[in-house]
Design a binder for this molecule. Structure first.
Ligand SMILES: Nc1ncnc2c1ncn2[C@@H]1O[C@H](COP(=O)(O)OP(=O)(O)OP(=O)(O)O)[C@@H](O)[C@H]1O
Ligand SMILES: [Mg+2]
Length: 413
Protein backbone atom coordinates (compact mmCIF):
# COMPACT_ATOMS: atom_id res chain seq x y z
CA UNK A 1 0.00 0.00 0.00
CA UNK A 2 1.35 3.42 -0.81
CA UNK A 3 1.88 6.09 1.82
CA UNK A 4 0.92 9.70 1.12
CA UNK A 5 2.06 12.81 2.86
CA UNK A 6 1.63 16.51 2.23
CA UNK A 7 4.81 18.54 1.99
CA UNK A 8 5.20 22.32 1.76
CA UNK A 9 8.28 24.11 0.44
CA UNK A 10 8.96 27.83 0.14
CA UNK A 11 11.53 29.09 -2.35
CA UNK A 12 12.52 32.56 -1.17
CA UNK A 13 14.18 34.20 -4.14
CA UNK A 14 15.05 37.83 -4.60
CA UNK A 15 12.35 38.35 -7.24
CA UNK A 16 9.60 36.03 -6.02
CA UNK A 17 8.60 33.85 -3.09
CA UNK A 18 7.03 30.61 -4.29
CA UNK A 19 5.29 28.19 -1.96
CA UNK A 20 4.42 24.76 -3.30
CA UNK A 21 2.12 22.30 -1.59
CA UNK A 22 2.60 18.74 -2.81
CA UNK A 23 1.28 15.33 -2.12
CA UNK A 24 4.18 12.91 -2.07
CA UNK A 25 3.11 9.40 -2.86
CA UNK A 26 5.89 6.85 -2.46
CA UNK A 27 4.60 4.84 -5.40
CA UNK A 28 3.19 7.43 -7.70
CA UNK A 29 5.51 10.37 -7.16
CA UNK A 30 5.03 14.02 -6.57
CA UNK A 31 1.76 15.87 -7.20
CA UNK A 32 1.53 19.61 -6.77
CA UNK A 33 -1.85 20.39 -5.23
CA UNK A 34 -1.51 24.12 -4.67
CA UNK A 35 0.85 27.04 -4.87
CA UNK A 36 1.34 30.67 -3.98
CA UNK A 37 3.63 33.25 -5.50
CA UNK A 38 4.30 36.75 -4.24
CA UNK A 39 6.76 39.43 -5.30
CA UNK A 40 9.81 39.23 -3.06
CA UNK A 41 10.99 42.21 -1.05
CA UNK A 42 13.61 42.51 1.65
CA UNK A 43 16.11 39.88 0.48
CA UNK A 44 18.99 40.37 -1.92
CA UNK A 45 21.78 37.92 -2.80
CA UNK A 46 20.49 35.55 -0.13
CA UNK A 47 20.84 38.13 2.66
CA UNK A 48 17.89 39.74 4.42
CA UNK A 49 17.94 43.50 3.89
CA UNK A 50 14.52 44.34 5.34
CA UNK A 51 12.92 41.77 7.69
CA UNK A 52 9.50 43.43 7.77
CA UNK A 53 9.20 43.47 4.01
CA UNK A 54 10.36 39.87 3.74
CA UNK A 55 7.83 38.68 6.32
CA UNK A 56 5.06 40.29 4.26
CA UNK A 57 6.24 38.57 1.07
CA UNK A 58 6.52 35.17 2.75
CA UNK A 59 3.17 35.55 4.48
CA UNK A 60 1.46 36.42 1.20
CA UNK A 61 3.03 33.46 -0.58
CA UNK A 62 2.00 31.05 2.21
CA UNK A 63 -1.50 32.41 2.34
CA UNK A 64 -1.99 32.16 -1.44
CA UNK A 65 -0.74 28.57 -1.29
CA UNK A 66 -3.21 27.79 1.51
CA UNK A 67 -6.09 29.17 -0.53
CA UNK A 68 -5.01 27.36 -3.65
CA UNK A 69 -4.50 23.96 -1.97
CA UNK A 70 -7.16 24.14 0.73
CA UNK A 71 -4.46 22.87 3.10
CA UNK A 72 -3.62 24.67 6.32
CA UNK A 73 0.14 25.29 6.35
CA UNK A 74 1.88 24.89 9.70
CA UNK A 75 5.36 23.82 8.55
CA UNK A 76 7.51 24.41 5.51
CA UNK A 77 10.95 23.65 4.09
CA UNK A 78 12.90 26.74 3.07
CA UNK A 79 15.80 27.27 0.66
CA UNK A 80 19.00 29.09 1.49
CA UNK A 81 21.74 30.45 -0.73
CA UNK A 82 24.29 33.20 -1.10
CA UNK A 83 27.96 33.88 -0.72
CA UNK A 84 27.72 32.76 2.90
CA UNK A 85 27.31 29.13 1.78
CA UNK A 86 30.42 27.02 2.23
CA UNK A 87 31.14 23.63 0.69
CA UNK A 88 33.74 21.19 1.98
CA UNK A 89 34.73 17.59 1.57
CA UNK A 90 35.80 15.75 4.74
CA UNK A 91 36.80 12.14 5.36
CA UNK A 92 36.14 10.25 8.56
CA UNK A 93 37.15 6.71 9.34
CA UNK A 94 36.56 3.89 11.81
CA UNK A 95 38.66 0.77 12.45
CA UNK A 96 37.20 -2.24 14.21
CA UNK A 97 39.07 -4.51 16.61
CA UNK A 98 37.01 -7.35 15.33
CA UNK A 99 38.48 -7.99 11.86
CA UNK A 100 35.14 -9.01 10.40
CA UNK A 101 32.56 -6.62 11.77
CA UNK A 102 29.22 -6.21 10.00
CA UNK A 103 28.71 -2.53 9.23
CA UNK A 104 25.47 -1.18 10.63
CA UNK A 105 23.63 2.08 10.98
CA UNK A 106 25.41 2.94 14.24
CA UNK A 107 28.78 3.04 12.47
CA UNK A 108 27.46 5.54 9.94
CA UNK A 109 25.77 7.56 12.67
CA UNK A 110 29.03 7.64 14.60
CA UNK A 111 30.92 8.94 11.55
CA UNK A 112 28.33 11.64 10.86
CA UNK A 113 28.57 12.75 14.47
CA UNK A 114 32.35 12.77 14.23
CA UNK A 115 32.48 14.70 10.98
CA UNK A 116 29.95 17.24 12.25
CA UNK A 117 32.35 18.04 15.10
CA UNK A 118 34.72 19.55 12.54
CA UNK A 119 32.28 22.41 11.92
CA UNK A 120 32.70 25.34 14.33
CA UNK A 121 29.13 25.58 15.71
CA UNK A 122 29.61 29.05 17.15
CA UNK A 123 29.95 30.60 13.68
CA UNK A 124 28.46 28.07 11.24
CA UNK A 125 25.30 26.07 10.87
CA UNK A 126 25.30 22.72 9.08
CA UNK A 127 22.86 22.52 6.20
CA UNK A 128 23.77 19.17 4.67
CA UNK A 129 26.06 16.28 5.49
CA UNK A 130 25.86 14.05 2.45
CA UNK A 131 27.89 10.82 2.27
CA UNK A 132 29.74 10.75 -1.01
CA UNK A 133 32.01 7.70 -1.07
CA UNK A 134 32.43 4.66 1.15
CA UNK A 135 35.71 2.78 1.38
CA UNK A 136 35.43 -0.56 3.11
CA UNK A 137 38.87 -2.01 3.77
CA UNK A 138 40.12 0.47 1.16
CA UNK A 139 37.71 -0.80 -1.51
CA UNK A 140 35.07 1.53 -2.94
CA UNK A 141 31.53 0.29 -2.17
CA UNK A 142 28.20 1.88 -3.03
CA UNK A 143 26.48 0.88 0.19
CA UNK A 144 28.38 -0.42 3.23
CA UNK A 145 25.53 -1.39 5.56
CA UNK A 146 25.25 -5.17 5.79
CA UNK A 147 28.78 -5.77 4.48
CA UNK A 148 31.66 -7.11 6.59
CA UNK A 149 34.95 -5.32 7.04
CA UNK A 150 37.63 -4.22 9.46
CA UNK A 151 37.82 -0.56 8.48
CA UNK A 152 35.34 1.97 7.08
CA UNK A 153 36.22 5.38 5.65
CA UNK A 154 33.51 7.74 4.45
CA UNK A 155 33.95 10.85 2.34
CA UNK A 156 31.28 13.45 3.11
CA UNK A 157 30.09 16.58 1.32
CA UNK A 158 29.42 19.18 3.97
CA UNK A 159 27.42 22.32 3.25
CA UNK A 160 27.34 25.03 5.90
CA UNK A 161 26.21 28.61 6.22
CA UNK A 162 27.00 31.46 8.59
CA UNK A 163 25.12 31.00 11.84
CA UNK A 164 23.77 34.56 11.91
CA UNK A 165 22.45 34.43 8.34
CA UNK A 166 20.79 31.13 9.14
CA UNK A 167 19.23 32.35 12.38
CA UNK A 168 17.95 35.55 10.76
CA UNK A 169 16.22 33.65 7.97
CA UNK A 170 14.68 31.21 10.44
CA UNK A 171 13.52 34.02 12.71
CA UNK A 172 11.96 36.06 9.92
CA UNK A 173 10.15 33.16 8.25
CA UNK A 174 8.93 31.75 11.56
CA UNK A 175 7.50 35.09 12.55
CA UNK A 176 4.73 34.26 10.06
CA UNK A 177 3.69 31.53 12.51
CA UNK A 178 4.83 28.73 10.19
CA UNK A 179 7.60 26.48 11.48
CA UNK A 180 10.58 25.65 9.27
CA UNK A 181 11.23 21.92 9.35
CA UNK A 182 14.34 22.08 7.25
CA UNK A 183 16.53 23.97 4.83
CA UNK A 184 17.75 23.01 1.35
CA UNK A 185 20.63 24.80 -0.33
CA UNK A 186 19.69 26.24 -3.77
CA UNK A 187 22.33 24.66 -6.02
CA UNK A 188 21.42 21.13 -4.86
CA UNK A 189 17.69 21.81 -5.17
CA UNK A 190 17.89 23.21 -8.71
CA UNK A 191 20.16 20.38 -9.84
CA UNK A 192 17.70 17.81 -8.49
CA UNK A 193 14.86 19.07 -10.67
CA UNK A 194 16.67 19.61 -13.97
CA UNK A 195 19.54 17.11 -14.23
CA UNK A 196 19.38 13.49 -15.38
CA UNK A 197 21.33 10.77 -13.56
CA UNK A 198 23.36 9.88 -16.65
CA UNK A 199 24.45 13.51 -16.97
CA UNK A 200 25.70 13.45 -13.37
CA UNK A 201 27.75 10.37 -14.25
CA UNK A 202 29.22 11.93 -17.39
CA UNK A 203 30.02 15.23 -15.71
CA UNK A 204 27.74 18.26 -15.74
CA UNK A 205 27.23 21.68 -14.23
CA UNK A 206 23.85 23.10 -13.27
CA UNK A 207 23.84 26.90 -13.23
CA UNK A 208 20.67 28.53 -11.87
CA UNK A 209 20.79 32.22 -12.79
CA UNK A 210 18.11 34.03 -10.81
CA UNK A 211 17.53 37.69 -10.04
CA UNK A 212 20.53 38.20 -7.76
CA UNK A 213 22.31 34.84 -7.47
CA UNK A 214 23.93 32.32 -9.77
CA UNK A 215 23.90 28.95 -8.05
CA UNK A 216 26.40 26.42 -9.37
CA UNK A 217 26.50 22.68 -8.72
CA UNK A 218 29.03 20.38 -10.43
CA UNK A 219 28.54 16.61 -10.68
CA UNK A 220 30.93 13.92 -11.91
CA UNK A 221 30.70 10.12 -11.63
CA UNK A 222 27.29 10.55 -10.04
CA UNK A 223 28.66 12.63 -7.17
CA UNK A 224 28.29 16.25 -6.20
CA UNK A 225 31.82 17.62 -6.57
CA UNK A 226 31.37 21.31 -5.95
CA UNK A 227 28.81 23.96 -5.19
CA UNK A 228 28.92 27.71 -4.97
CA UNK A 229 26.57 30.66 -5.08
CA UNK A 230 27.82 33.78 -6.87
CA UNK A 231 26.25 37.24 -6.40
CA UNK A 232 25.24 37.60 -10.06
CA UNK A 233 21.84 37.61 -11.71
CA UNK A 234 19.24 39.27 -13.89
CA UNK A 235 18.89 42.30 -11.60
CA UNK A 236 22.28 43.45 -12.85
CA UNK A 237 20.98 43.38 -16.42
CA UNK A 238 17.85 45.30 -15.42
CA UNK A 239 19.95 47.92 -13.61
CA UNK A 240 22.18 48.39 -16.67
CA UNK A 241 19.12 48.96 -18.87
CA UNK A 242 17.60 51.41 -16.37
CA UNK A 243 20.88 53.31 -16.16
CA UNK A 244 21.60 53.44 -19.89
CA UNK A 245 18.13 54.59 -20.92
CA UNK A 246 17.37 56.60 -17.77
CA UNK A 247 14.19 54.70 -16.99
CA UNK A 248 12.91 53.13 -13.77
CA UNK A 249 13.92 49.58 -12.85
CA UNK A 250 10.29 48.49 -13.21
CA UNK A 251 10.10 49.76 -16.80
CA UNK A 252 13.56 48.32 -17.56
CA UNK A 253 12.51 44.90 -16.22
CA UNK A 254 9.40 44.93 -18.36
CA UNK A 255 11.10 45.87 -21.63
CA UNK A 256 13.89 43.38 -20.93
CA UNK A 257 11.30 40.60 -20.79
CA UNK A 258 9.29 41.86 -23.76
CA UNK A 259 12.05 42.73 -26.20
CA UNK A 260 15.26 41.37 -24.75
CA UNK A 261 17.56 38.77 -26.29
CA UNK A 262 20.88 37.35 -25.26
CA UNK A 263 22.87 38.80 -28.14
CA UNK A 264 22.60 41.34 -30.98
CA UNK A 265 23.48 38.62 -33.47
CA UNK A 266 19.91 37.27 -33.15
CA UNK A 267 18.11 40.53 -33.86
CA UNK A 268 16.01 40.40 -36.99
CA UNK A 269 14.20 43.69 -36.85
CA UNK A 270 15.93 46.70 -35.45
CA UNK A 271 12.90 48.77 -34.52
CA UNK A 272 12.82 51.56 -31.96
CA UNK A 273 10.18 51.69 -29.30
CA UNK A 274 8.70 54.51 -27.29
CA UNK A 275 8.57 53.71 -23.59
CA UNK A 276 6.64 55.91 -21.17
CA UNK A 277 8.91 57.06 -18.34
CA UNK A 278 7.79 56.93 -14.75
CA UNK A 279 7.34 60.64 -13.99
CA UNK A 280 4.85 62.33 -16.25
CA UNK A 281 3.83 60.06 -19.07
CA UNK A 282 6.60 61.44 -21.30
CA UNK A 283 8.19 58.73 -23.35
CA UNK A 284 11.73 57.80 -24.18
CA UNK A 285 12.79 56.23 -27.47
CA UNK A 286 14.75 53.03 -27.09
CA UNK A 287 16.59 51.41 -29.92
CA UNK A 288 16.28 47.63 -29.83
CA UNK A 289 19.88 47.08 -30.88
CA UNK A 290 21.09 49.17 -27.95
CA UNK A 291 18.76 47.33 -25.57
CA UNK A 292 20.00 43.91 -26.62
CA UNK A 293 23.60 45.12 -26.66
CA UNK A 294 23.20 46.16 -23.01
CA UNK A 295 21.85 42.72 -22.14
CA UNK A 296 24.60 40.98 -24.08
CA UNK A 297 27.41 42.86 -22.33
CA UNK A 298 26.21 41.95 -18.85
CA UNK A 299 25.13 38.43 -19.70
CA UNK A 300 28.49 37.63 -21.25
CA UNK A 301 30.22 38.97 -18.14
CA UNK A 302 28.05 36.77 -15.89
CA UNK A 303 28.75 33.71 -18.03
CA UNK A 304 32.49 34.45 -18.15
CA UNK A 305 32.62 34.61 -14.37
CA UNK A 306 30.67 31.34 -14.15
CA UNK A 307 33.13 29.75 -16.58
CA UNK A 308 36.13 30.91 -14.52
CA UNK A 309 34.51 29.53 -11.38
CA UNK A 310 34.08 26.14 -13.05
CA UNK A 311 37.64 26.21 -14.42
CA UNK A 312 39.01 26.94 -10.95
CA UNK A 313 37.71 23.58 -9.72
CA UNK A 314 39.76 21.70 -12.32
CA UNK A 315 36.57 19.94 -13.52
CA UNK A 316 35.89 21.99 -16.66
CA UNK A 317 37.61 19.53 -19.02
CA UNK A 318 35.74 16.59 -17.48
CA UNK A 319 32.21 17.88 -18.12
CA UNK A 320 31.23 15.37 -20.77
CA UNK A 321 27.53 16.21 -20.53
CA UNK A 322 28.18 19.96 -20.71
CA UNK A 323 26.31 22.67 -18.84
CA UNK A 324 22.64 23.16 -17.95
CA UNK A 325 21.38 26.70 -17.47
CA UNK A 326 18.22 27.27 -15.49
CA UNK A 327 16.64 29.97 -13.27
CA UNK A 328 14.62 32.94 -14.58
CA UNK A 329 17.45 34.34 -16.72
CA UNK A 330 17.40 31.08 -18.73
CA UNK A 331 14.18 32.44 -20.32
CA UNK A 332 16.21 35.06 -22.22
CA UNK A 333 15.69 34.28 -25.92
CA UNK A 334 18.67 32.53 -27.57
CA UNK A 335 20.57 32.13 -24.30
CA UNK A 336 21.34 28.52 -25.12
CA UNK A 337 23.18 29.44 -28.32
CA UNK A 338 24.87 32.41 -26.69
CA UNK A 339 25.99 30.53 -23.57
CA UNK A 340 27.35 27.71 -25.70
CA UNK A 341 29.73 30.19 -27.31
CA UNK A 342 30.83 31.91 -24.11
CA UNK A 343 31.18 28.72 -22.09
CA UNK A 344 32.56 26.68 -25.00
CA UNK A 345 30.50 23.63 -23.94
CA UNK A 346 27.28 21.94 -24.95
CA UNK A 347 24.49 23.89 -23.20
CA UNK A 348 20.87 22.98 -22.59
CA UNK A 349 18.13 24.90 -20.78
CA UNK A 350 17.03 23.13 -17.60
CA UNK A 351 13.28 22.81 -17.08
CA UNK A 352 11.92 21.19 -13.92
CA UNK A 353 10.77 17.61 -14.37
CA UNK A 354 9.54 14.71 -12.26
CA UNK A 355 6.28 16.15 -10.89
CA UNK A 356 2.60 16.22 -11.73
CA UNK A 357 0.01 18.97 -11.49
CA UNK A 358 0.11 22.57 -12.71
CA UNK A 359 2.69 21.63 -15.33
CA UNK A 360 1.84 24.70 -17.44
CA UNK A 361 2.95 26.90 -14.59
CA UNK A 362 6.03 25.08 -13.28
CA UNK A 363 7.72 23.68 -16.35
CA UNK A 364 9.79 26.87 -16.68
CA UNK A 365 13.35 27.42 -15.46
CA UNK A 366 12.12 29.95 -12.86
CA UNK A 367 10.82 27.02 -10.78
CA UNK A 368 13.88 24.77 -10.81
CA UNK A 369 14.63 25.50 -7.14
CA UNK A 370 11.07 25.08 -5.85
CA UNK A 371 10.41 21.80 -7.65
CA UNK A 372 13.91 20.60 -6.72
CA UNK A 373 13.20 21.33 -3.06
CA UNK A 374 10.18 19.01 -3.23
CA UNK A 375 12.34 16.34 -4.82
CA UNK A 376 14.96 16.78 -2.12
CA UNK A 377 12.30 16.30 0.55
CA UNK A 378 11.01 13.23 -1.27
CA UNK A 379 14.46 11.71 -1.65
CA UNK A 380 15.70 12.41 1.86
CA UNK A 381 12.33 11.95 3.55
CA UNK A 382 12.50 15.22 5.44
CA UNK A 383 9.22 15.33 7.18
CA UNK A 384 7.77 15.51 10.68
CA UNK A 385 11.16 16.20 11.98
CA UNK A 386 11.64 17.97 15.27
CA UNK A 387 13.68 20.63 13.63
CA UNK A 388 14.55 22.90 16.50
CA UNK A 389 15.60 20.10 18.83
CA UNK A 390 17.92 18.31 16.46
CA UNK A 391 19.46 21.00 14.35
CA UNK A 392 23.10 20.14 14.82
CA UNK A 393 23.30 17.33 12.29
CA UNK A 394 22.20 19.21 9.21
CA UNK A 395 19.30 17.63 7.43
CA UNK A 396 20.65 14.15 7.67
CA UNK A 397 20.03 13.63 11.31
CA UNK A 398 20.91 10.22 12.50
CA UNK A 399 17.55 8.52 12.58
CA UNK A 400 16.64 9.84 9.15
CA UNK A 401 20.00 8.81 7.82
CA UNK A 402 19.54 5.32 9.14
CA UNK A 403 16.01 5.08 7.71
CA UNK A 404 17.33 6.20 4.39
CA UNK A 405 19.98 3.51 4.39
CA UNK A 406 17.44 0.85 5.19
CA UNK A 407 15.15 2.13 2.47
CA UNK A 408 18.01 2.03 0.02
CA UNK A 409 18.89 -1.50 1.02
CA UNK A 410 15.27 -2.58 0.64
CA UNK A 411 15.30 -1.11 -2.86
CA UNK A 412 18.39 -3.17 -3.70
CA UNK A 413 17.02 -6.57 -2.67
N1 LIG B 1 11.84 36.26 -20.34
C1 LIG B 1 12.85 36.71 -19.62
N2 LIG B 1 13.89 37.33 -20.22
C2 LIG B 1 14.93 37.80 -19.50
N3 LIG B 1 15.05 37.68 -18.17
C3 LIG B 1 14.05 37.06 -17.52
C4 LIG B 1 12.92 36.55 -18.19
N4 LIG B 1 12.10 35.98 -17.28
C5 LIG B 1 12.69 36.16 -16.08
N5 LIG B 1 13.86 36.80 -16.21
C6 LIG B 1 14.78 37.24 -15.14
O1 LIG B 1 15.01 36.20 -14.23
C7 LIG B 1 15.24 36.72 -12.92
C8 LIG B 1 14.35 36.02 -11.94
O2 LIG B 1 14.72 34.68 -11.90
P1 LIG B 1 14.26 33.71 -10.72
O3 LIG B 1 12.80 33.73 -10.64
O4 LIG B 1 14.93 32.42 -10.95
O5 LIG B 1 14.89 34.52 -9.49
P2 LIG B 1 14.76 34.32 -7.93
O6 LIG B 1 14.73 32.88 -7.62
O7 LIG B 1 13.61 35.13 -7.41
O8 LIG B 1 16.09 35.03 -7.42
P3 LIG B 1 17.44 34.48 -6.72
O9 LIG B 1 17.40 32.99 -6.75
O10 LIG B 1 18.55 35.05 -7.53
O11 LIG B 1 17.40 35.05 -5.35
C9 LIG B 1 14.94 38.21 -13.00
O12 LIG B 1 16.14 38.95 -13.07
C10 LIG B 1 14.15 38.33 -14.30
O13 LIG B 1 14.32 39.57 -14.92
MG1 LIG C 1 16.15 31.47 -7.19
Amino acid sequence: MSKNRIVVVTDIGSSKVTTLVADIDEVDGLHIIGWGESPSNGIEKGVITNPNELVKSVRESLSLAENSSGFRITTTVVNISGQHIDFKVEIEGLSFQNQSKEIDENDIAFLIEKVSEKVPKDISSILHILPKKYLLDDELVLEPIGLIGSKLDVEFNIVTTKLNVFNNLKKVVESTGVEIIDFVVNPIASAMSVLFEEEKDLGIVCVDIGASLSDIAIYKNGNLEYLRSLPLGGNLITKDIAYRFRISKEVAESIKKQLGMSSVEFIESEESIDIPTREDGESVRINRYELVETIEWRLSEILEIVRKEIEKTGLYERLNAGIVITGGVANTPYIQEFAQKVLDKEVRIGKPKGYKGFSDKFSYPDFATGIGMLQFVKTYKLVNREFSKSRNQGNLNISEMVNRFFDKIKELF
